[in-house]
Design a protein around this ligand. Structure first.
Ligand code: NAP
Length: 261
């Protein structure tokens, strides 16, 4: 039997990882980091051609990646994508549910379409991907699921849909941790604060605020005195998927440059 207190090698067993919404932003940084850590990475996004930059950057750095077009909210597409990944890269035992969208509006102006679109990508997408991938993890007796939540889970003006979805991701994560723990599968959530990506740029544009001003206002509220970068989130994901992180499960890690609760 393995001694759980023994020190582990710096290098994990190479595995197959799926990162959704990995054409850009946080997902692209997570994909690059997991590839740099030795894993073969399926770069999943709505449009397969949009994944080319992420895949090329990983290949240039000596890593292995596969571009996969898939809308995570569509059951048949998810099933086909996970099957293709298992055949072309190997059985996926790491899954990062990162794909996300915003449809911000105050409640009285929020449409049913805005509500459903956000629920479908974040919650339905994470459910479908996790359900499809878990069987490979259970078969392997090892798995790591990382779900992207947000500090908005604590409530944020104009984001009733997004806040509900991101709070939902936390309950989903804790339940996966309870159900799958006995199969060697952990599930954890990362809840980022302000991260510089197209998503925060789009928010500034929607509010009619110059992005540099928007960022400075955000930074003034962040104890570490800087904004987050996609690589900050990739570093947390890289820890959570490690073999020696196997006793950390059902947790929500706020990566926001300061405490949130
Ligand atoms: P981003 O730059 O907008 O990237 C999101 C990616 O997800 C895009 O490539 C997008 O594709 C893809 N996507 C959207 N719908 C999809 C679907 N149905 N199926 C597959 N892929 C889909 O966002 P980000 O800032 O990197 O955010 C990544 C995650 O972190 C999201 O879950 C977000 O909610 C969360 N988060 C971000 C922040 C932040 O400050 N940036 C803070 C907290 C949490 P298209 O380009 O084709 O739409």
């Amino acid at each position: 039997m393995t001694d759980p207190t023994a020190s582990t090698s710096a290098l994990d067993t190479p595995r197959t990882a799926i990162v959704t919404g990995a054409a850009r932003g946080i997902g692209a940084a997570v994909a690059a980091r997991l590839a740099a850590d030795g894993h073969a990475v399926a770069v999943v996004d709505l449009d397969e051609t949009a994944c080319a930059d992420t895949v090329a950057a990983i290949a240039k750095a000596g890593g292995k990646a596969l571009a996969v077009g898939c809308d995570v909210s569509v059951e048949e597409q998810v099933a086909a994508a996970v099957e293709r990944i298992a055949v072309e890269l190997g059985a996926p035992t790491i899954l990062v549910n990162n794909a996300g969208i915003l449809r911000d509006n105050l409640l009285f102006k929020m449409t049913v379409g805005d509500w459903d679109a956000v629920m479908n990508v974040h919650l339905r997408g994470a459910f479908l991907m996790s359900r499809a991938a878990q069987k490979h993890m259970v078969d392997a007796g090892f798995g790591r699921i990382v779900n992207l939540s947000s500090t908005s889970a604590l409530g944020n003006r104009g984001q009733a849909n997004y806040a509900a979805a991101k709070a939902g991701m936390q309950g989903f994560t804790k339940t996966l941790a309870i159900e799958l723990g006995k199969f060697g599968v952990t599930a954890n959530a990362i809840a980022p604060g302000f991260i510089e990506t197209d998503m925060t740029k789009a928010t500034a544009a929607r509010m009619g605020v110059d992005f540099d001003v928007f960022r400075e206002v955000a930074i003034s509220q962040i104890p570490v005195g800087r904004s987050g970068k996609p690589e900050d989130i990739a570093a947390v994901a890289a820890f959570l998927v490690r073999e020696d992180a196997g006793f950390v499960s059902g947790q929500v890690i706020y990566a926001a440059g300061g405490p949130k609760d």
